[in-house]
Design a binder for this molecule. Structure first.
Ligand code: RP5
Length: 166
């Protein structure tokens, strides 16, 4: 059963959304991925959001661009956490998407990550699920250690070769 629903408004969002999927895969979290437009096919969208809980989904990651209503509408219907990913846009640089997603009315929260923040959306979903999953929590702690090690190694390399050779 999928624990996370990844949904995006268009296949043009896929390069960002696949980063969330890759993170979930890395941590062994089952997910379902869909392309559903709240604007272009509202009937299909409503069915998706209404049925997500019964499918076992605990967190929805929703990405959209421009007048980005998909995450907010997911949160209006689905009763568990929704993580919104604002897509970068050519006309307004993604600020349009960011403001559309982050400025939710009181009562209907969407946890909004950075513009194009696909990986962090996947990690946030994993952290939410880790609240009741000790094995997953340990994997996330190990991941944090890996991040630290990577920076320490870069610093050591800088110390040994100097900035001109780095
Ligand atoms: C939104 O409109 C999508 O999430 C996408 O980011 C944006 C543009 O969609 P396309 O015109 O590329 O299908 O609904």
């Amino acid at each position: 059963m999928p624990k996370v629903g990844i949904v995006m408004g268009s296949d043009s969002d896929m390069p960002v959304m696949k980063k969330a999927a890759e993170i979930l895969e890395r941590f062994g979290i089952d997910f379902e991925m869909r392309i559903i437009s709240a604007h272009r096919e509202p009937d299909i969208f409503f069915d998706y959001a209404k049925e997500a809980e019964a499918k076992g989904i605990k967190v929805i990651i929703a990405g959209a661009g421009m007048a980005a209503h998909l995450p907010g509408m997911c949160a209006a219907i689905f009763p568990m956490p929704v993580i919104g990913i604002p897509m970068h846009t050519t006309s307004l640089g993604g600020r349009d998407s960011l403001y559309s997603i982050v400025q939710m009315p009181s009562g209907i929260p969407v946890a909004t990550v950075a513009i194009n923040g696909g990986a962090n959306a996947g990690l946030l979903a994993a952290r939410i699920l880790a609240v009741s999953d000790e094995e997953l929590l340990q994997k996330l702690k190990d991941y944090k250690e890996e991040l630290k090690t990577a920076v320490v190694e870069k610093d050591e390399r800088l110390g040994s070769v100097g900035y001109k050779e780095y």
